[in-house]
Design a protein around this ligand. Structure first.
Ligand code: 2M8
Length: 465
């Protein structure tokens, strides 16, 4: 199995040579972060299995070793809660001590909730549901690889389908009791864009109580602490976690009193796209018609919900704070949610593309590469070096590129793919990049960065979509 990987001479070369070298270098990153049945998101900063990282990693691995890609998700599915929730972290019992906080003890989820799995220890949150998209990619890449490979992958599809259906059902019901088509998140960590200014207004209202003592371990793994969320942000993150624990992760109770309840447009748009993938998986495995109807209903409802969150002045979609009953009118990459959800009318597509090309995002003249910064440089909360407050993220580029392809915008998609690859060839497989200088920031050898590079390299934008 492992010998199918072809990492090339990865240790001795830098990724700055030329795009043609990106493929073996990216494979090398995944190989070095590989822990046999799953992959660490980064060598030191993230020593456990993260949910949406693993889905992106599987998507990249699909091009190297189909079986190993499937295994990445099977390992993740083993952490699924009885509610259908896929947890945002599955803890690695062999992680070095004091390497990541909050750790399994702090989450204490299996002791607090009978819905948590007993075999593995997990966090109590979830992350954007990109998984069905990865499962479908594994299926697509198996085609043409011989009958045995296709049969094995079909079996993987059959096993994954009920897992994915339960996950999406959980999101469509427990996370959307209003039936709005939009998923509610309980914590910025659920959004995947942790310290984005999208959450500033809601977080400011959270009054931090008495926190049990703690030490952050993340800061020892980055060159400069300003790349990571601030201590003030961390205190709020940890306080929200204490509140969730005080409700024993019981969702009806969380819904009643939790101070951070937000309809997240990016999460919801990914869910719509993942439901499209799930629909195709349902067709491939031949599931009952009613289930396909259910999935179709989720897709329609999701798109309608996003339509209601459209801000005609910003020409972007914005999140909604259920507690404060107000929109978060902040210009971030999450605003391109309708593009990711797909099914757009020509006028909405035109508006979104205009925003994407404008100086608010990829058309900003100060950018090193014409790629959208995570937060618009025009936002007061923009910070070019701080995590999700401004740096460019390769996974966000991948999401937009893939969405442009699905929207039939092949030329534009191809331009984005080439630019994204040039950025990686120049700066390596960093977690994120300073948008004006192109300086690599955060962790180096970030797995999902390598994974999206592999997918970029395997897809000809002119032919797909
Ligand atoms: C970041 O989030 C974790 C918390 O979940 C952290 O900052 O410690 C985010 O970029 C998130 O989207 C990502 O999944 C995770 C691992 O790469 O790191």
């Amino acid at each position: 199995m492992r010998e199918e990987l072809d990492p090339g001479d990865t240790e001795s070369r830098s990724a700055s040579e030329k795009p043609a070298d990106v493929n073996p270098l990216a494979a090398g990153v995944l190989r070095r972060n590989d822990l046999r049945t799953w992959t660490k998101p980064a060598p030191n900063l993230y020593p456990h299995q993260w949910s949406w990282d693993s889905a992106f990693i599987a998507l990249g691995l699909a091009h190297l070793n189909n079986r190993r890609a499937a295994q990445e998700l099977e390992t993740l599915f083993a952490g699924q809660w009885a509610t259908g929730k896929l947890p945002h972290i599955i803890f690695n019992p062999e992680a070095p001590p004091k390497s990541y906080f909050p750790d399994a003890e702090r989450w204490n989820s299996s002791a607090l909730s009978s819905d948590a799995p007993s075999e593995v220890r997990t966090s109590g949150l979830c992350q954007p549901p990109i998984h069905a998209i990865a499962v479908l990619r594994i299926w697509e890449t198996a085609q043409g690889k011989g009958k045995r490979r296709v049969d094995i992958t079909r079996a993987f599809l059959r096993d994954s389908y009920p897992r994915l259906l339960a996950w999406h059902l959980y999101l469509a019901t427990t996370r959307d009791p209003e039936g709005s088509g939009l998923a509610t998140i309980y914590h910025p960590w659920e959004s995947g864009t942790d310290n984005s200014p999208r959450w500033d207004a809601a977080l400011e209202k959270v009054e931090v109580g008495d926190l049990p003592p703690y030490t952050r371990h993340d800061l020892q793994h980055v060159a400069d602490p300003s790349h990571r969320p601030t201590d003030e942000e961390y205190q709020r993150y940890l306080w929200l976690l204490e509140l969730l624990k005080s409700k024993r992760y019981e969702e009806a109770a969380i819904y009643e009193s939790h101070p951070f309840l937000i309809k997240d447009v990016l999460f919801s748009a990914i869910l719509v796209a993942a439901n499209e993938a799930l629909f195709k998986i349902a067709e491939a495995v031949g599931t009952p018609n009613e289930e396909r109807k259910l999935i179709e209903g989720w897709i329609e409802r999701g798109r309608r919900g996003l339509d209601e969150r459209w801000d005609p002045d910003l020409k972007l979609c914005v999140d909604y704070d259920l507690r404060a009953k107000e929109s978060a009118r902040v210009r971030t990459v999450a605003g391109f949610a309708p593009l990711i959800a797909g099914g757009l009318n020509p006028e909405r597509l035109k508006d979104l593309l205009e925003t994407l090309d404008s100086p608010t995002f990829a058309g900003n003249p100060r950018l090193r590469w014409p790629l959208p910064p995570s937060t618009s440089p025009k936002e007061p909360g923009f910070h070019p070096r701080s995590y999700w407050r401004g740096p460019t993220w390769p996974v966000a580029n991948w999401l937009l590129w893939w969405s442009l392809l699905r929207a039939g915008e092949h030329d534009r998609a191809e331009k984005m793919r080439q630019t994204a690859l040039d950025q990686l060839a120049d700066g390596g497989f960093a977690e994120y990049f300073e948008p004006f200088t192109g300086e690599p920031l955060g962790s180096s050898d970030q797995s999902w960065t390598a994974a999206v590079a592999l997918d970029f390299l395997s897809t000809n934008s002119a032919e797909s979509g």
